[in-house]
Design a protein around this ligand. Structure first.
Ligand code: ADP
Length: 217
């Protein structure tokens, strides 16, 4: 089963996906996480995409399609697999449709996480990343600032994502509006979208999404 999470940066796609992995036995692919891991490990792909991502631009479709579909092949058709951040363009969506039908699979449903701009900007500006790539947010957990550096209570070092700086966030929204938002209509025309109000707290959003997923089955 494949579920797509669609929504503006900061809508909570990664947060809810991780909760579904931990509590409901879902699997999760985040193309953003895959790219960041490549950047941390300074791979060829990482070096290629680092600047694009930092400045809030999308990675070209060809590379993204390759990375995402390679990952999808690591899972079974019976897994409850969440695609978070893929597809992000109409061309990616069409590529994914063809890839899935070639592999006797299909999209079970699309969750559109609808959130207001002021809410997501607040979330993004309180977001931090640990060295192993986990996301933390000072809106929901204690983050300590010491001499301009940030830590969790247990001493874990945190940093800010370069693409979470305000000027780069602005560019991510531009990319979202121009290239990703048309996906909503694309999937609505297929009749597979469930909309969730993502301005709410994590537990409320989580419960709504669990209900939506059940309604797809
Ligand atoms: P967010 O949802 O908060 O914007 P992600 O972690 O999902 O962040 O993605 C971070 C960045 O990785 C994106 O801004 C983009 O540069 C790149 N990226 C992730 N997924 C894709 C994709 N499907 N197509 C192109 N670029 C992508």
């Amino acid at each position: 089963m494949i579920y797509i999470f669609l929504g503006v940066p900061g809508a909570g796609k990664g947060t809810i996906a991780s909760k579904l992995v931990n509590e409901k036995n879902f699997k999760h692919i985040s193309t953003g996480d895959v790219f960041r891991e490549n950047i941390r490990n300074k791979t060829k792909i990482g070096l290629e995409v680092e600047k694009l991502i930092a400045e809030g631009n999308l990675v070209p479709d060809e590379l993204t399609n390759k990375i995402a579909t390679q990952k999808i092949l690591e899972f079974n058709n019976n897994d409850k697999l969440i695609l978070d951040g893929y597809p992000r363009t109409i061309d990616q969506a069409k590529y994914l449709d063809k890839f899935l039908s070639d592999n006797q699979s299909f999209i079970s449903g699309v969750i559109y996480m609808d959130a207001d701009q002021d809410v997501v900007i607040k979330r993004i500006s309180s977001r931090f990343l640990s060295e192993n790539g986990t996301t933390h947010n000072s809106l929901i957990e204690k983050i300590i600032e010491e001499k301009g550096k940030f830590y969790l209570s247990d001493g874990t070092k945190l940093s800010r994502r370069a693409d979470d700086e305000p000027i780069n966030v602005k560019q991510r929204f531009v990319e979202y509006v121009n290239k990703t938002s048309p996906l909503l209509k694309y999937y609505e025309e297929k009749g597979i979208v469930s909309k969730v109000d993502s301005n709410k707290d994590i537990d409320t959003i989580f419960n709504s999404i669990v209900d939506s997923i059940e309604s797809f089955n």
